[in-house]
Design a protein around this ligand. Structure first.
Ligand code: ZN
Length: 376
């Protein structure tokens, strides 16, 4: 990963380039700031830059030397990663990050923008406590006893440093203060206020600010292929947190599909195409329960929005462009005679899905009721 792969944070990049250029790189850095602002990607970019053997004149890693290639794959012998793991039941010594390197590399290859719960789900321990334990601290100390394998810099990246327990933190105090020559620690934390003061005082803190919407929107267009309008909407809802934006892309894809299915349902009901309505029901019946419930939520929102649309109070309407275009023609079909009936049927369908009633029956039954309700 290079600085150019990290979204925004130009001030931080400039500060790091300056420290590198003036050869004043501290031996322990703390990247602090809200979740989803790119602290971990920046840590990897800096690590690769430190391990690069022929940096560009602009101060970035070259991306092609063997140091860069190994660092990019997180396979550089002088790049060590520490992250929260769990203590396997029945084992006296805790697990260490090295046990989960394969999963770690897979996650970073997918995206370096992810949160703790995504990580714990990946290593299959969603419901367990995670921490950076003293076994981890001992492991790091043991690795740093030897000289660096390539004879140059060594970098230790610690993700979510606030998850270090006191024992582990105390074990690392001395080496953070006086690391072996050429070693740089990069700690990242969403919650530096939860870290020991003795650790904080041994690191140079660099603050990360929430990402501006324009930078996130541009990244969403580039990385996820979103259209400019969609990227803007997703970025707006993410509040400066790119992890949240990436989660929003998934929701957004669902919304687009839900919209198409809602429009199709209304057309088929209006035209009384029973056979097609049966097919429509079968399609939804094949989904998982959570998704079925999410669609029914969406349908309720659309009914509410279209009813509201009739009052010509745009400031009270919350629809995207496609939904608003549809409302121009459709809203008049949702009126004071049928709105309560339709909402009741949607709520009843949701309760039935929740109660494990056969979804084929629930959805087909619902479409038949919609045919009657829609013409009222
Ligand atoms: Zn290089």
């Amino acid at each position: 990963m290079r600085f150019s792969d990290v979204i925004g944070q130009e001030a931080v990049k400039q500060q790091l380039r300056r420290l590198l250029k003036e050869d004043r790189m501290p031996h322990a850095l703390l990247f602090a700031g809200p979740e989803g602002t790119g602290k971990l990607p920046m840590a990897f970019a800096l690590a690769q830059r430190l391990l690069c053997t022929s940096p560009t004149p602009e101060g970035d890693a070259c991306g092609t030397c063997s140091g860069c290639r190994m660092a990019a794959k997180l396979a550089h012998p002088d790049l060590h990663c520490v992250f929260p793991v769990f203590k396997p039941a029945g084992q006296s010594s805790g697990a260490v990050s090295d046990n989960f390197l394969k999963e770690w590399r897979e996650q970073i290859a997918e995206t370096p923008y992810f949160d703790r719960s995504t990580w714990l789900a990946r290593i299959g321990v969603e419901n367990q406590q995670s921490l950076i334990n003293v076994a981890e601290a001992r492991n790091i100390l043991a690795k740093l006893v030897n000289r660096s394998s390539q004879g140059g810099r060594r970098v230790v990246v610690v993700w979510l440093a606030e998850q270090m327990n006191a024992e582990a933190a105390n074990k690392l105090l001395k080496i953070l203060e006086e690391p072996p020559f050429g070693t740089v620690f990069i700690l990242t934390s969403d919650h530096p206020e939860r870290m020991l003061a003795t650790i904080l005082s041994r690191t140079q803190r660099i603050d990360f600010k929430p990402l501006p919407e324009t930078e996130m929107a541009a990244a969403l267009e580039r990385q996820c292929g979103l259209q400019p309008d969609d990227a803007k909407a997703v970025a707006h809802a993410a509040g400066g947190n790119f992890i949240k934006a990436l989660q929003g892309v998934t929701v957004h894809a669902d919304t687009a599909q839900f919209f198409d299915l809602f429009v199709l349902l209304m057309r088929l009901c209006y035209m009384r195409k029973i056979k097609d309505l049966h097919e429509w029901s079968e399609q939804l019946a094949g989904w998982g329960r959570e998704r079925q419930k999410a669609f029914l939520d969406y349908a309720q929102r659309m009914v509410r929005e279209n009813f509201m649309y009739n009052f010509h109070r745009p400031e009270l309407n919350y629809m995207n462009r496609a939904e608003a275009d549809f409302a121009v023609r459709f809203a008049r079909f949702i009126n004071e005679r049928n709105v309560i009936g339709i909402m009741d049927e949607l709520a009843a369908a949701q309760r039935d899905i929740e109660a494990n009633v056969n979804p084929r029956m629930v959805f087909f039954d619902f479409t038949l009721k919609m045919i009657v309700l829609l013409i009222q």
